[in-house]
Design a protein around this ligand. Structure first.
Ligand SMILES: *Cc1c(COP(=O)(O)O)cnc(C)c1O
Length: 360
């Protein structure tokens, strides 16, 4: 089946082989006579799916025993609140690095619970870069330091892991998790909504250092306490079972491909192809500083914004979907997560060159 290439920022493309496997297993998972959607989350069939997915994610990311892996709902947006609720303990202050739209949302929510110190902001540069380590004004009394390794809207990705002098580091990895290897031991908390680079919407993965669990504010809902979920294997209530299963299929796909080292080589190659095309032309432009350019989300503008509508219509005609930029920035955005094949990026580049020839 020949499907178009979907450049959506999220929910995003899934690997076709994963969708085909889900299709084959839809009515009868492994002879159980049930669809995964119809299974009890506490039955042995789903328990085996859940455990396998966690084991595979731990293997892929190199997650050690000192971290718990939680399979939650509520999206990354719920983590904007759960992080301060769980990590402040008897402290009141938290450090946030502001690199764009998602950082700002995290900061706004944290202000409901914490005294937020903005340790660095690149707003003065129109969020076109990540700050350098020596720009971070970290507060030794902060309960944690929060940052957004990849800003999905601005297309800005940190080229390094911030050093926080022992203060727990918290990362909203929604749009970069699994795109390359990462040293999980450096993090207090990593969280990500699944719908970008993991699986379907509805699942939120939280990787949290076990010693940070158990300090949640007592006046908060039970469901917002990491301990509730850590103590119950993420089955305190009904977890998003089908999204959990499908994410597990994605983990197996990644393992078969050679893991995150192999994925990183492919992702870097895809991003380079597209940035090279943009930089080689006077017709397309990307505003992000070279060293902070995202491998996953690549915004670009046309020299003449009047052509945006034509570009999108002709792209769609050519089987290239969802290239419209975020409503807050305009222009185009190509999200090229793990599931976007290299052929898809090549097709986009061929189209861009052709479009420039015709309209440039
Ligand atoms: C998409 C996204 C979010 C919001 O995720 P939800 O799961 O919709 O709450 C938060 N942060 C980043 C970096 C994102 O890309």
């Amino acid at each position: 089946m020949n499907r178009p290439y979907n450049f959506s920022a999220g929910p995003a493309m899934l690997p076709q082989v994963v969708l085909e496997q889900a299709e084959r297993e839809m009515l009868d998972w492994h002879g159980s006579g049930m669809s995964v959607m119809e299974m009890s989350h506490r039955g042995k069939e789903f328990m085996s799916i859940a455990e396998q997915a966690e084991a595979d994610l731990r293997e892929l990311m190199g997650i050690g025993d000192e971290h718990a892996v939680l399979f939650l709902q509520g999206g990354a947006s719920s983590q904007f609140a759960m992080v301060p609720i769980n990590l402040l303990g008897d402290k009141r202050q938290a450090d946030y690095i502001n690199t764009g739209a998602w950082s700002k949302k995290a900061i706004a929510e944290a202000k409901r619970y914490a005294e937020v110190n903005v340790a660095a902001t690149t707003e003065g540069d129109n969020f076109s870069r990540a700050p350098e380590q020596n720009e971070l004004q970290l507060n030794a009394d902060a309960a944690y330091v929060h940052y957004t390794p990849n800003e999905t809207i601005g297309g800005v990705e940190f080229p390094y892991i911030p050093e926080t002098e022992g203060v727990p580091l918290v990362a909203d990895m929604s749009s970069t998790i699994l795109s390359r290897p990462v040293d999980v031991s450096k993090y207090g908390v990593i969280y990500a909504g699944a719908q970008k680079n993991i699986g379907p919407a509805g699942l939120t993965i939280v990787i949290v250092r076990k010693d940070l669990i158990g300090k949640a504010r007592a006046d908060m809902p039970t469901m917002f306490d990491y301990k509730t979920h850590a103590d119950n294997g993420s089955m305190y209530n009904t977890p998003p079972t089908y999204a959990w299963y499908l994410s597990g299929l994605v983990f197996q796909w990644l393992k078969a491909l050679g893991g995150l080292d192999a994925m990183a080589v492919i992702n870097e190659r895809k991003a380079e192809l597209l940035y090279d095309t943009i930089d080689a032309s006077d017709f397309y432009a990307n505003p992000v500083a070279i060293e902070s350019r995202s491998w996953m989300n690549i915004p670009f503008t046309l020299a003449d914004p009047e052509l945006d509508g034509t570009f999108l219509a002709e792209a769609k005609e050519a089987g290239l979907l969802t290239l419209k930029g975020h409503r807050s920035v305009g222009g185009m955005r190509a999200s090229i997560y793990n599931a976007m094949p290299e052929d898809g990026v090549q097709a986009l580049i061929d189209f861009m060159r052709q479009f420039e020839k015709q309209h440039g």
